[in-house]
Design a protein around this ligand. Structure first.
Ligand SMILES: Nc1nc2c(ncn2[C@@H]2O[C@H](COP(=O)(O)OP(=O)(O)O)[C@@H](O)[C@H]2O)c(=O)[nH]1
Ligand SMILES: [Mg+2]
Length: 393
């Protein structure tokens, strides 16, 4: 399963974001696995299910045509200034970041928390500063690990002729980077750094750290507290060369809680809701205030953060494996039972392995359920493909 981390300074709204995204209505997921541990939970990406298009009716595994696919979410402890020097940065923090393929950086766009996360008046702290500071902390953390191991890496390149990408991937196991990502980071660094890898100085290693972070921890910015944020702050954040999504974790939490309690009809990511219970005047006023915000911003932004992290930052697509290419069901007749998130570029064989190792090992060919055409093992999957896998066992 894909793992996303929510990180940022204290009081930016990380835990609220976590609670909101992992609070799941039984409509979306009728199984009780929403919270794995206090700070690890299950959230979902939302996508249009292919059932209506292909079968003319809803499949029963989506909510009126909206498909929710699980993704793991980690609420990482607050990152404070100079954390990389050991201040407030415990092992748990590092372990959480290591596991995440992508980071949703929750920024307090209202400017009501200072650099260390203390509460101040709205608009008195510039959230743009938090972005640079956070990225610098992550970069310095990675640089510290590279620097600590550098002598060893140099020696092994010299004595054993070992490949830099392999050695560095091993040394950076605590960061969580693949050899392919490391190779990309090294080749980007080579464009600006002088000389041979084994002679690189601290400046070159800092550049390497920057590229390591870029390759292995794709980030987007959740400009949180949009409900109280000065417009100017939101605009300045949006002008950054990053994916910036205005959001209100608190509003999303309120809406999902109301939906769970059957007060409103609302699906995560919706741009509106319907009140379906008797509510007090105070409740109605609060709900109408939220409706205005939803209309103004298009949504609460929380679902969009999850979706864009998975589909844009991590470049994943949705693929539906089926056993019957005509009825689009599995062996017990469940229609479109599974939706898999696969990295773009994954093949039909990769999908077979994702379904089950044995199915991957005994893969013969695949069938495109739309065209009924045979697909070879190295067929590159497309978004919303419905695929039957034919195997020997
Ligand atoms: N106005 C507003 N307040 C929020 C929002 N999200 C979180 N907060 C508030 O910000 C404070 C810190 O939230 P919390 O989730 O504990 O932050 P964390 O320290 O980053 O985990 C709490 O008082 C929240 O109610 C939001 O979208 N809008
Ligand atoms: Mg928290």
């Amino acid at each position: 399963m894909i793992t996303l981390a929510i990180a940022g300074k204290p009081n930016s709204g990380k835990s609220t974001f976590f609670k909101a995204s992992t609070l799941i209505d039984v409509e979306i997921a009728p199984y009780p696995f929403t919270t794995v541990s206090p700070n690890v939970g299950i959230t979902h990406v939302r996508t249009k299910c292919v059932c209506k298009e292909l079968l003319g009716e809803f499949c029963g595994n989506c909510v009126r045509g909206e498909r929710f696919i699980p993704v793991e979410l980690i609420d990482v402890a607050g990152l404070v200034k100079d954390a990389h020097k050991g201040r407030g940065l415990g092992n748990e923090f590092l372990d959480n970041l290591r596991r995440a393929e992508s980071i949703i950086h929750v920024v307090d766009a209202s400017g009501s928390t200072d650099a260390d996360g203390n509460i101040v008046n709205i608009g008195s702290h510039d959230p743009v500063e938090d972005v640079a500071f956070f990225e610098e902390e992550i970069r310095m953390w990675v640089f510290g690990i590279i620097q600590r191991n550098w002598r060893k890496v140099q020696r092994r390149i010299e004595l054993e002729g070992a490949k830099a990408e392999r050695l560095l991937t091993e040394q950076l196991a605590g960061v969580g980077i693949t050899e392919t990502q490391m190779k990309a980071a090294l080749s980007k660094t080579m464009k600006t750094a002088n000389g041979d890898v084994k002679n690189w100085d601290d400046d070159a290693l800092k550049t390497l750290a920057t590229h390591v972070v870029e390759e292995s921890k794709k980030m987007l910015i959740a400009a949180n507290k949009m409900d109280i944020a000065p417009k100017e702050f939101l605009e300045r954040l949006k002008a950054l060369d990053r994916i910036v999504i205005p959001c209100s974790a608190e509003m999303e939490l309120a809406l999902r809680t109301a939906a769970k309690n059957n007060i409103i009809k609302y699906l995560a990511g919706d741009s509106d809701f319907e009140i379906i219970a008797d509510v007090t005047n105070a409740q109605r006023a609060a709900l109408e205030r939220m409706r205005r915000l939803l209309r103004e911003f298009g949504s609460s932004g929380v679902q969009e953060c999850i979706n864009r992290a998975v589909f844009d930052l991590l470049d994943h697509i949705v693929v539906y494996p089926v056993e019957d290419e005509n009825k689009l069901c599995d062996s017990v007749g469940r229609t479109l039972p599974d939706a898999f998130l696969m990295k773009r570029g994954s093949t039909a064989r990769d999908l077979a392995f994702a379904v089950h190792t044995e199915i991957g090992q005994s893969f013969l060919y695949a069938v495109d359920a739309r065209t009924k055409r045979r697909l070879s093992a190295d067929y590159a999957l497309k978004n919303n493909d419905v695929i039957k896998i034919v195997h020997t066992r």
